[in-house]
Write a protein that binds this ligand. Structure first.
Ligand code: ASP
Ligand code: MG
Length: 424
């Protein structure tokens, strides 16, 4: 017997048929003797529709710019999850499973006051644990909680993954199963490399890199939370027949386990290749090489909420001038350049150069910490294909390479094969 939190995303609960299938997945785990809590998203497309409704309302003109009340935004957009939690509870009851729905405020999932992007502060798990012990399934509305102002607060788009992990931590679940429309986490994007393989296991840190680098399986915050609380996450498909052989396997069901690195049996040197499209590179040439220059460049960009990624600074030749290169999302490039031109005198640079439509390809693996030559193999392989490298950054477990957008797919495939990821 295990205690499991099962989370179902929007596509998994897209219509009544799919909700029925979800109920069968839940029933399978209940019938196997597990204690189960479920977290649901809104039916797919629903949250977008609700957000659109809010945006379609007239705005109040206050302090300079028009706005709407974020607390009312939350009360509207949180309703999608309320609907699915009720529908799933009904579906479960119709199959003879003892189940009830829970809204965030009923548990209560306590959040801070940042309406629209709230953070979870506390979840008392006792009541749910007690009821699970009595065989009742809690069907919890994801994405929502209650703020210190006693009003509904939502966690930011995609937030029900985070709800699920937080509930799993609160009830000390053995596993948090994230059911979605893919059957696991792959060594790279299978649309680019058909030889991509599903990973059996991946470490939290690696998943964080993959998730934030464009492999959009999970909300990044949910993985951070899982890492902190050591909640084992398991990514699997809700589209498979709930009663197919192996689906209820307590140890090895089909999917990818995201866990502490100590739990990983066979650690490969490289686990996956990620890519992020639409990067723009900005270079400031002949920047004065003195204390405070980086702050003068990146401070104003941060104030404008421009997300800077790779940063490369050269050691200057004679201690007087250097070059600074960094990347931003292509959509932010013009804004970033404007900001920089505005601070040109404080920073003291000669010219700004920029290029859009670039791609960042990243090689990820915790095995890199203890293996030499991982970066060199990537550079060699790309060189053999005639791919020019524009910038490189590394961390302990990642090498990121900036290249021309036209070579993205070739680079991903090349790196995928150079580390043997296409071999079983
Ligand atoms: N329904 C919410 C959204 O679409 C939360 C989620 O799906 O995780 O953002
Ligand atoms: Mg979602």
């Amino acid at each position: 017997m295990a205690r499991i939190v099962m989370k179902f995303g929007g596509t998994s609960v897209a219509d009544l048929d799919r909700i029925h299938t979800v109920a069968r997945h839940v029933k399978r785990e209940v019938d196997a003797g597990n204690e189960v809590a479920v977290v649901v998203s809104a039916m797919s497309g629903k949250t977008n529709e609700l957000v659109g409704w809010v945006q379609g309302m007239p705005k109040v003109t206050g302090a300079g710019s028009p706005f709407y009340d974020a607390r009312e935004y939350d009360s509207v957009v949180a309703s999608g999850e309320q609907v699915t939690s009720g529908l799933l509870a009904i579906a479960l009851q119709s199959m003879g499973v003892n189940a009830r729905s829970w809204q965030g405020w009923q548990i209560p999932i306590r959040t801070d006051n940042a309406h629209g992007a709230a953070r979870i502060l506390d979840i008392p798990g006792d009541d749910i644990v007690r009821r699970m012990g009595e065989g009742q399934v809690a069907v919890v509305a994801g994405f929502q909680g209650i703020g210190p102002d006693n009003r509904i607060a939502t966690l930011g788009r995609g937030g029900s993954d985070t709800s699920a992990v937080a509930i799993a931590a609160a009830v000390q679940a053995d596993r948090c199963d994230i059911y979605t429309d893919v059957d696991g986490v792959y060594t790279t994007d299978p649309r680019i490399e058909p030889k991509a393989r599903r990973l059996r296991q991946i470490a939290f840190e690696e998943m964080l890199e993959l998730a934030s680098l464009g492999a959009k399986v999970l909300q990044v915050r949910s993985v951070e939370l899982a890492m902190v609380h050591k909640v084992r996450m398991f990514v699997r498909s809700s589209f498979e027949d709930p009663d197919a052989p192996g689906m209820g396997d307590p140890v090895n069901p089909p999917g990818t386990l995201i866990c502490d690195e100590e739990e990983i049996v066979e650690q490969e040197v490289v686990t996956g290749i990620a890519y992020a499209k639409d990067e723009a590179q900005i270079s400031l040439r002949r920047v004065a090489d003195r204390p405070g220059v980086s702050a003068a460049i990146f401070g104003p960009l941060a104030e404008e909420r421009i997300n800077v990624d790779m940063i490369v600074q050269n050691i200057s030749e004679d201690g007087s001038k250097t070059d600074m290169t960094f990347t931003v999302p292509s959509g932010d490039a013009d804004k970033a350049i404007k900001v920089l031109e505005g601070v040109k005198d404080q920073v003291g640079f000669d010219v700004i150069q920029h290029e859009s439509g670039l791609v960042k390809v990243s090689v990820i693996g915790i095995g890199m910490r203890s293996h030499a030559g991982v970066a060199a193999s990537a550079f060699r392989a790309l060189a053999d294909k005639g791919i020019n490298i524009k910038a490189i950054t590394t961390s302990e477990i990642k090498i990121s390479i900036l290249i021309d957008g036209a070579y993205a797919e070739l680079a991903v495939r090349t790196l995928h094969s150079v580390y043997g990821l296409d071999k079983t």
